[in-house]
Design a protein around this ligand. Sequence first.
Ligand code: HEC
Length: 248
Amino acid sequence: MKAFICLLVIASALWLSAPLHRAMAQTADEVEMGNRLAAVLRAGRSVVSNSQSLINDPDIADKGLTGDVFYEQVIEAYLETNGQHPLADDLSDRERALTLTQLDAMISVIDESQGLINAEGLAFKGFIPAVFARLVNEKFVEDMASQAVVKVTAPMNLVRNRKARPDEWERQVIAEKFQDSAWPTGEAFYEATTINGKPAFRMLIPEYYSESCLACHGAPAGETDVTGFPKEGGQLGDLAGAISISLF
Ligand code: HEC
């Protein structure tokens, strides 16, 4: 009898925890998807960053940086950082579809920017990682708005492009989590919530200034940078912004 009750207790515990396990597995999938979207975006930005002096060269008219060439470099950059091809065989259908759309968006943005990238006699063209990322995210959303949104945002006082302004959820996570000195550096925040009444899994991944950012976002605050914006006076390691991902 005792054994039977014991079994009953175990069985009901398992039964009760099954939905919880399902929910946890689902959360792990969403987090993995969010991290993947961020990693592909970062790989793309790093290729723009590594090509910046080529892009800024006023003397080379045909830079050879076509969408296809760019794509190969993104694959390489992703492989190097993540140890896996972004379109590895073991992806779920959703992972494959979203990753493909993101990579296609990058190819399109680079192809559509050929006139600018190859403009002769023009050194700084304003084609920088942040602009590239915004254009890619905008294109991604055109195709995927019903499934996913990727955006780069920032604390309100640092926002340069109005399109990057944080919404209420992003503003709150930045203020209450990322700007809290106790928040572990680099740790993402995620939550199952809603956007305009629609269920959404939201994820915010903080980003910080490295040395290379400070030419534009560093000190002295207010001085005009090469892009024409006033510098924010940021310091090495300060919170710069966040990659915001919504999955529906
Ligand atoms: C050459 C100057 C330059 C450098 C270097 C630079 N940025 Fe920016 N950053 C900009 C400009 C210009 C924008 C606005 C882009 C746009 O129009 O969307 C921007 C936008 C951003 C945004 C999006 C929010 C917003 O303000 O619109 C973040 C976050 C950001 N930068 C962080 C960084 C980080 C982190 C680095 C270093 C890894 C960096 N930036 C390097 C010029 C720069």
